[in-house]
Write a protein that binds this ligand. Structure first.
Ligand code: IPE
Ligand code: IPE
Ligand code: MG
Length: 259
């Protein structure tokens, strides 16, 4: 794999991807939508593998949104089947390569068999340390925030949490992504300029990258291009260019927060 043009010292710590365009890939080839999803699964394998080689610490993949439950039953069923196959097929590789699997989203809505397989892989890979893959399944940003608010209300009601104790760190920690740093780079394939209810709170200062390439065609070359593009961005977090030139690290470490 050619990594020309990539600065190993300026890698995003967390890359999040909205994997879109499987249906259009199929339509262009007069194939059934499921064919696109199947090929999209190969893209997932390729991108996970490449992330590990490059040294990306966190990779989040938006695989199924809460809104996707409204798709035709046969498509939902096929997607769940592909997910289960993926998990079964990839577990050994995750162990070999030190990949930890996490899941964000409302797991209780997943079919029991899928949930069991998922939880098995999460448990088996829990101590792996090289890279974390976060699968967003039955996930939406608003649902995440809503469930967090419910938790908060319960804690306040039980007298376990004082309103003054609530700050941005507290909220971040209570979301499904608690403990995971915010994405530095958010990629969306297939050209749509929207977030589609993916991470909302978490992408406050993420760099956005939208490519017309459809997810089943998003492979090494496209990924590398996104990473190189990211490295050319100047992240200011609200500061001035002069402040960044004086102490770039302090600005990055402070993220969007006051320091
Ligand atoms: C992304 O591809 C996969 C999921 C949302 C599960 P789509 O199936 O949304 O593909 P398009 O947008 O119809 O091309
Ligand atoms: C976003 O894609 C969800 C996933 C990639 C899982 P969609 O295809 O569901 O998004 P919209 O409906 O075009 O916004
Ligand atoms: Mg789509």
């Amino acid at each position: 794999m050619e990594l020309d043009g990539l600065d190993k010292n300026r890698l995003p710590q967390h890359v999040a991807i909205i994997m879109d365009g499987n249906g259009r890939w199929s339509t262009q080839r007069r194939k059934h939508r499921i064919e696109g999803h199947r090929r999209g699964k190969t893209s997932v394998r390729v991108i996970v593998e490449m992330s590990r080689k490059i040294g990306i610490r966190y990779l989040s993949l938006y695989a199924f949104s809460t809104e996707n439950w409204f798709r035709p039953d046969d498509e939902v069923e096929a997607l769940m089947g592909l997910l289960e196959h993926y998990l079964v097929a990839e577990q050994a590789k995750m162990m070999r390569y030190g990949i930890r699997l996490l899941c964000v989203g409302d797991r209780s809505r997943l079919p029991v068999a899928v949930r069991r397989t998922l939880e098995g892989v999460i448990e088996t890979t829990a101590n792996n340390q090289r890279m974390t893959v976060v699968l967003a399944l039955s996930y939406s940003g608003r649902d995440d925030i809503t469930r967090m608010a419910r938790k908060l209300a319960q804690q306040v009601k039980a007298g376990q949490c004082q309103p003054e104790a609530i700050d941005e760190q507290w909220i971040s920690a209570q979301l499904d992504t608690g403990g995971i740093p915010d994405p530095d780079l958010l990629i969306r394939t297939s050209g749509e300029m929207r977030i589609s209810n993916f991470f909302l709170w978490q992408i406050a200062y993420s760099e956005l990258y939208v490519t017309p390439t459809l997810w089943p065609d998003f492979r090494e070359k496209e990924y590398l291009q996104a990473l190189v593009d990211f490295q050319q961005r100047r992240r200011r977090f609200g500061r001035t260019d002069e402040q960044i030139e004086q102490s770039p690290l302090a600005v990055v470490e402070a993220g969007g927060r006051k320091s």
